[in-house]
Write a protein that binds this ligand. Sequence first.
Ligand code: DX5
Ligand code: ZN
Length: 232
Amino acid sequence: MGNAKLLRVTADTPEARRVKLAPSILASDFARLGDELRAIESADWAHVDVMDGQFVPNISFGLPILAAARAASPLFMDVHLMIERPERYLRDFADAGADGLTVHVESTAHIHRAVQQIRELGKKAGVTLNPGTPLETLRPVLADVDLVLIMSVNPGFGGQKFIPHSLERIRTVRRWLDETGSAAELQVDGGVSATNARAVVAAGASNLVAGSAVFGKDGAQAGLERLREALK
Ligand code: DX5
Ligand code: ZN
């Protein structure tokens, strides 16, 4: 019947999958954060990169900036924690306005507990891993998360080049999620641009983070438009 066909089309074709765009405010002009957030209001989420100078070799920003972004924008605040032992700060980030919290498997000896804690705080729980970490490390928590993030650069800096092997990793996780009937978001972060967005979605991503590709010279609205065009 027509309906069944429609279901097949939406499930099987990446073009038909509704892709969420999550601009990373790491690449925005912090002196104009309110304006930058308004410029991305047509996006789906705002991606918030927290770096502690320990887990990654860079320090970005923390709780007060998240709170300011939360106050300035109704967007879903998607907080990517690149910090050691994130369980120490989950409640603080939830209180500061996070809607989703994503933690690295390498950053804690207790990834399962961290995921549980995020859920107990009533937030969407995400899990992620560095490009050099075996995908198998995700599997024990796969059924318990709302989001899996495949890092397509080594975390720590915006503006890096997409690592091609990431496509294979995205395909593998897409297969695992589909096999288990999981509706978790499959997010990809790092070096995503209008040039590769289509291939990333074709590999199975449902959610694209983009920093430098959105907050370019001609403004975030134009950057978002370019990504959307590339996905058509
Ligand atoms: C990298 C961050 C990314 C980064 C993406 O450590 O997790 O979210 O901001 O920036 P682009 O899109 O410029 O690679
Ligand atoms: Zn990120």
